[in-house]
Structure formats: C-alpha cells, structure tokens
Design a binder for this molecule. Structure first.
Ligand SMILES: O=P(O)(O)OC[C@H]1O[C@](O)(COP(=O)(O)O)[C@@H](O)[C@@H]1O
Ligand SMILES: [Mg+2]
Ligand SMILES: [Mg+2]
Length: 289
C-alpha cells in the first residue's frame, strides 16, 4: 500500500472510531452485567465487551483498505479485504471490570501495515479513546501525538503535540504485590519513597497511562509469579500503548527491550508492560537485569 493510500485508510479508521465513541459510551448503559462467555485470554466477558467488539468489527472491517480486524474479544482475525491493506487490532473496552463501579474505561487501537500478529514496529498509527468525565482521543501517527475532545459530532483538536512532561510525577503498578518479583518490588519501593512522586491507580490501563501522559511518571503491569508474561495483550494493549508513549517522547520495555521490538508468536500473546519517562524505564531495566 502506498503512503498516500495508507494515510487515507488511517484517516478512515480513526474517524470511524471517533464517531463510534459516543455511541459506545452510551451503549454501556444496560450492558454492565457479565455475558455468559470468556474471551480468548480466559477472562469473563462483560455484555459491553462483546457488544463493543461487534460494533467495531462491523464498522472497521468494512473500510476499504482494511484487510484484517482482530480484537482481544475474539479468537481469530476477520480477514476482510485484499492482502496488502492495513490490519486493525483493538481492545474494544479496556478496563471493563470498571463497569461495575462506574469508573474510567477506554478503547485502544493499533493500525499495522502487516498481517497480525505483528511486532509493534509494524504500527503506522495507534491511539485510544478515554471515557472519562469527557470523551477524549489520543492519536499517534507520523511521529506526533495529538489529543482530541469528542463531542459526539466533532473531533476537536486540543493539543497538536503531546509530550510526556520531563519531571515524572505519577506512578501506578498492576498485579498483586505478593506476585511481584523481589526485584520489581524493590524498584517500586524506591519510586514510592521519592517525595516528588505520587500514586495514581484506577484499574483501567488506559486511564492510568493517560495520567502518565499528562503528568509524567510510570505505569506497569509487570511479569507475575505464575504469569511470567503478565496480563496485558501485546497486539491489542502493549504495542499501541508503547507506540503512543514512545511517540510522545517516553519509553517502553518488556523488562529488557522496547515492547515494539517484541516478536509475537500468537495473536493473544501477553507481554509484561512498563511505560513512562525514559529515566524511570532505564532504572527499571537495570533493576530487573
Ligand atoms: O484487575 P487487575 O488484575 O488489577 O487488572 C487491571 C488491568 O487489567 C485490564 O483491565 C485489562 O484490560 P481489559 O479490561 O481490556 O481486559 C487493564 O485495563 C488494567 O490495567
Ligand atoms: Mg485492556
Ligand atoms: Mg478489553
């Protein structure tokens, strides 16, 4: 696909997700219960997870130039166009366990120029929608991160060059403490004891990473005892988040290399995820070595 065609497909994918976001937000009402089903990662799906996946699958797979749709909520990719198009990987609702308590959630997407599973170096664009008090979108493409407010009818640009603040302020770490490695726990204690840092953790990756993007700092869902690849999925969560944070001037690591360098074996592979300011990610890699 030529650069111009790819640009047009990215525009259409981004516009489709932006237009769908208010509808997804509204559609959460009445879909907060568990569906009687599990996703390919073995997690119980909420009714909203299944519904948002179907809505996005229909709309994104019918875009001319999208050749694959894949999601955290379905086992196989949908092959929907000529080979050589772009592939879209989606976490339709990130943080859907927050439905119950009515806290923040998001929609995460990565647009790849290779068939999935693909490494993050194949991403041509990435982004997320955050269903906060207002609905916003962060978008990374062509080396720049932009932020928009989504009103329902419009996508209003509110920041045309988002970058991580130089001085890290917030931290948030997922997984249960007894399951962390000793090395990771020692690192966390150092971060916590710095008087310049403060805790921000809300149980939805996208909300927590958005805090890091806004204030600087670090978010991680690390390798755990019994789950050495952590919890989050490389194609649908790790790669897009790492691509966006790195484009905004930060770093990512799976513990020893950028998440974007991780070679996937399977569509639903997991990855230990750590993103944030360069200095904190470097210190973390040293601590885990
Ligand atoms: O409830 P836990 O185990 O702390 O996990 C929280 C993490 O799991 C997730 O909810 C996983 O994403 P999904 O909701 O898309 O499955 C992340 O958003 C979040 O960071
Ligand atoms: Mg998720
Ligand atoms: Mg999800």
């Amino acid at each position: 696909m030529t650069g111009r065609d790819a640009g047009r497909v990215v525009d259409e994918v981004v516009e489709t997700i932006a237009e769908s976001a208010p509808e997804i937000r509204q559609g959460l009402v009445g879909r907060r219960e568990d569906a009687d089903a599990e996703n390919p990662s073995g997690e119980t799906q909420a009714e909203a997870d299944v519904w948002a996946d179907e809505l996005l699958a229909d709309r994104l797979s019918s875009i001319d130039g999208v050749c694959q749709y894949a999601s955290e909520e379905r086992l196989e990719t949908i092959d929907c166009g000529d080979e050589g198009g772009l592939s879209v990987g989606v976490d339709p609702l990130d943080g859907s366990s927050n439905l119950k308590s009515n806290n923040t959630m998001g929609t995460v997407f990565g647009i790849y120029d290779d068939p999935l599973p693909a490494p993050g170096t194949s991403l041509v664009a990435s982004g997320w929608v955050l269903y906060g008090p207002i609905t916003t979108m962060a978008l990374a493409r062509d080396g720049v991160v932009e932020k928009y407010e989504l009103t329902g009818d419009d996508r209003n640009l509110v920041d045309d060059d988002v970058s991580l603040p130089d001085d890290p302020l917030v931290y948030g770490f997922g997984g249960r403490v007894p399951h962390w490695s000793d090395e990771f726990e020692a690192y966390v204690r150092e971060i916590e004891s710095d008087p310049d840092h403060k805790l921000r953790y809300g149980g939805a990756m996208i909300g927590d990473v958005n805090q890091v993007l806004t204030y600087g700092g670090i978010f991680a869902y690390p390798a755990l005892e019994g789950n050495p690849r952590g919890k989050l999925r490389l194609q649908f969560e790790g790669n897009p988040i790492a691509h966006l944070v790195e484009t905004a001037g930060g770093s990512s690591t799976d513990g020893s290399q950028s998440i974007l360098e991780v070679e996937p074996d399977e569509l639903h592979d997991r990855v230990p995820l750590h993103v944030g300011n360069d200095e904190l990610i470097e210190r973390l890699e040293d601590a885990l070595e």
